[in-house]
Design a protein. Structure first.
Length: 318
């Protein structure tokens, strides 16, 4: 029987592994630079659904999944979630393959703070003073970047907002991570198949018309989407909420480093100032949350609450 210490160590490993995979996504999508973004998105949805559906069948959850899906009242929420996640995935892959990795990473840096604001607006959650300070400082960073760019950082804002609203919907939607994502990709399955058949008939399909490596990478899009989600789902049940919050910044940090160091995207002094404001805000937010968590008396009920309060779809947008 595993000890609490070994379970927690495994949790850290799975969490760090999941965030690292998400952080290295730019490398994967850049290997498919020759494939149109629309087809990349469709293959990601197609193979993700087939893999997730296979997991549902293999784990003996088909009856439970079918019963949940037949509750038609839940479908509108998941249709909205499917639309948001497809938009988010499209923008991200387009940004990566068009030289905007750094700006895409900014979207995932500011996303937690935007999610906090949505919690305040829709769930009447109350922020502590230092949390408000962090949100305000991040807002100043965005305003400064808007000034230095000469326009708002639309890619970052689009990624952060679509994922934050997606998270809001998933918070109130009834299904868990596996069933929810299976249903979302399943709702997109038919239009995806129709589009891929259309481009195949038109002679512009990418699958089976390129190299073997390219074909394997397209099929593998479903694996690289699903595996880190499963790793994260395991991790959040084994590690403290405060550490899960801190570790999530591995992902945008690695994306940022990929953009600057691997693909030579420009990072000027003015960008450094704006990004720096956002980074300081996140450090302030994370440290404040960690200190508050440490100050709370430990109890079995509290431990159960933090283990079940984290949405395991948190980075499905990548």
């Amino acid at each position: 029987m595993k000890t609490q210490s070994s379970c927690r160590s495994e949790g850290y490993f799975y969490a760090a592994g999941a965030y690292a995979i998400w952080g290295l996504f730019p490398i994967y999508w850049r290997l498919l630079l020759h494939v149109p973004v629309q087809q990349l998105l469709c293959h990601r949805i197609l193979w993700s659904f087939l893999l997730l559906f296979a997991v549902v069948l293999a784990s003996g959850q088909w009856r439970c999944f079918r019963a949940a899906v037949l509750k038609w009242a839940a479908l509108p929420a998941y249709m909205a979630a499917a639309a948001l996640i497809s938009i988010n995935w499209y923008i991200y892959v387009w940004a990566v393959n068009n030289g905007f990795i750094v700006e895409a990473s900014l979207g995932y840096f500011i996303n937690p703070l935007l999610s906090v604001l949505l919690g305040v607006i829709f769930f009447r959650e109350r922020l502590r003073p230092w949390q408000w300070a962090a949100v305000g400082l991040a807002g100043l960073g965005i305003l400064y970047l808007t000034y230095s760019y000469g326009k708002p950082p639309w890619i970052a804002l689009a990624l952060a907002s679509t994922w934050a609203i997606y998270g809001l919907i998933k918070k109130i939607a009834p299904l868990g991570s596996l069933h929810g994502l299976t249903l979302e990709t399943g709702l997109l399955f038919v239009p995806v198949i129709v589009y891929l058949i259309h481009v195949e008939i038109g002679g512009t399909g990418a699958l089976l018309h390129g190299s073997l490596v390219s074909g394997l990478l397209l099929v593998g899009a479903g694996i690289v989407t699903s595996v880190p989600l499963f790793m994260f789902a395991v991790a959040v049940r084994r590690i403290p909420l405060s550490m899960a919050g801190v570790l999530q910044y591995i992902s945008p940090t690695l994306q940022f480093l990929c953009g600057v160091m691997l693909y030579g995207e420009p990072f000027t002094a003015s960008r450094f100032v704006g990004f720096g404001m956002v980074w300081i805000a996140l450090i302030l937010f994370a440290v404040e949350g960690f200190l508050v968590y440490r100050a709370q008396p430990a109890s079995p009920v509290a431990a159960m609450n933090y283990r079940t309060s984290i949405p395991d779809e948190r980075n499905a947008c990548l």
